[in-house]
Design a binder for this molecule. Structure first.
Ligand SMILES: Cc1cc2nc3c(=O)[nH]c(=O)nc-3n(C[C@H](O)[C@H](O)[C@H](O)COP(=O)(O)O)c2cc1C
Length: 414
């Protein structure tokens, strides 16, 4: 339950995907949220207010000029009540209106009157989505501070295939969770410098082939985004991934483990924290072929691999190391291996995860961690990578202050 006591105002507009919204309301409520619903006049043709009232347990609002509701200034009350506003599905028409600040219906008026973050989930035919004016309107929305989530690509109700599908209810819920935790993010890392590695590395075999792993970079990017929100200056050293880095961080793109080490060492002098979240290849090919290798008559091909530098160990062994937080992705004996890594590499903290479970770890949206320090062990149960990153960074900051205090006391009694 990650939305306990959060007030989510769901505005539904007149798109075919509105039929998914009763399920969306149920899923938001299952996370503990209070949900109120606004329906545009068009939306009422696609989903009934009675269904939405039944699943939300709240009266559904449809009119701006409603004498009864406005006795208590209904539109302002709704605007103030919301912790997060979600417009889903958002039609091309509503996106156009919101981008120009129209207030000729309840939805437009509440959007202008609320201080809550506004998430907009576009849903429309792929040609409508591709229209230049829709694109311009979306840019305006983003410029006005609203957050676009989706659309996804796939088969559409009209039979077309392409971008324009609304994200599925479970994906929308994850986005709401992500933004609600961000909204309340404490600025515990204000002014601190953090270097984070993320993603896989690629170890070349020849100019067109490489060895790599399944890391998506999602955990490292979630940590970078959360650390920025917590006030830190973040350098994100990233292997090849398809994710967008937060605008405010210093992104350094690398391919191989050796390049990653070089980028980290160039930055580490100034860092207060080092978080090693990348899945760095342990080995690389000894002699990378300079030309594309040809298939030969033999059934087998032997590649000689040599060990890559251990980036985490190198940083933790520096004369004045930053606070180091490592990750241990394991498929068995998770805690034992992680504790061994914590001790032998002299880390301050380690976050272990079991990547044998396909629902968690590599490439999934969710994760679960066991966080170890020399004295403590704490489980962070299954949650979105964004929620986990907030918990983990809070723990890291507490541990940093605790270990600094202990070191200062030890220096004082020497
Ligand atoms: C069957 C049908 C399906 C529609 N689906 C969509 C849709 O998925 N996305 C969209 O942008 N417009 C869609 N429209 C057009 C909108 O309903 C129309 O632009 C309406 O004015 C939107 O009003 P609203 O934005 O105030 O809810 C659809 C229209 C019909 C008749």
């Amino acid at each position: 339950m990650q939305l306990v006591q959060k007030n989510i105002l769901l505005a539904i507009t007149g798109g075919i995907a509105a039929y998914k919204t009763p399920d969306l309301v149920r899923k938001l409520k299952a996370e503990g949220a209070n949900v109120r619903v606004i329906l545009t006049q068009s939306a009422m043709h696609f989903v009934s207010s009675l269904s939405l009232q039944a699943v939300s347990g709240e009266k559904v609002s449809t009119d701006l000029l409603n004498e009864e509701a406005e006795l208590g200034m209904g539109h302002i009350e709704l605007a103030r009540w919301a912790d997060i506003m979600l417009v889903a599905p958002a039609t091309a028409n509503t996106i156009a209106k919101l981008s120009s600040g129209f207030a000729d219906d309840l939805l437009g008026t509440v959007v202008l009157a609320t201080k809550a973050p506004i998430l907009v989930a576009p849903a429309m035919n792929q040609q409508m989505w591709a229209a230049k004016v829709t694109h311009q309107n979306c840019l305006k929305l983003a410029d006005l501070g609203m957050k676009l989530i989706g659309p996804a690509s796939g088969e559409q109700a009209c039979g077309d295939v392409g971008y324009g599908r609304m994200l599925e209810p479970e994906e929308l819920v994850l986005e709401v969770i992500k933004h609600s935790s961000m909204k309340d993010t404490p600025k515990l890392l204000k002014g601190k410098r953090i270097t984070i590695t993320a993603g896989p590395t690629r170890e070349a075999i020849d100019p067109v082939r490489y060895i790599s792993n399944h890391s998506s970079g999602k955990m490292g990017y979630a940590l970078a985004e959360t650390a920025v929100k917590m006030g830190a200056y973040v350098t994100l050293v990233s292997g090849p991934v398809t994710l967008k880095a937060p605008k405010q961080c210093n992104l350094i793109k690398v391919e191989s483990a050796e390049e990653m080490l070089e980028a980290v060492l160039n930055d580490i002098d100034r860092a207060d924290f080092f978080i090693a979240c990348a899945a760095v290849a342990d080995y690389r090919v000894d002699n990378i072929a300079t030309q594309k290798m040809k298939k030969n008559k033999d059934d087998a091909l032997q590649l000689k691999l040599v060990q890559n530098p251990d980036i985490l160990k190198t940083v933790a062994s520096l004369p004045r190391p930053p606070f180091t937080l490592g990750f241990a992705a394991e498929t068995e004996n998770v805690v034992n291996y992680a504790r061994k890594k914590l001790t032998t590499k002299k880390l301050n903290m380690i976050a272990a995860n079991d990547v044998s479970n396909p629902e968690l770890g590599f490439n999934s949206e969710q994760n679960a961690l066991i966080v170890l320090t020399r004295e403590n062990e704490r489980k962070l149960g299954q949650a979105s990578k964004h929620s986990l990153s907030l918990e983990l960074l809070k723990m890291m900051e507490t541990e940093y202050r605790f270990q600094n205090k202990t070191n200062n006391l030890q220096d004082a009694v020497k």
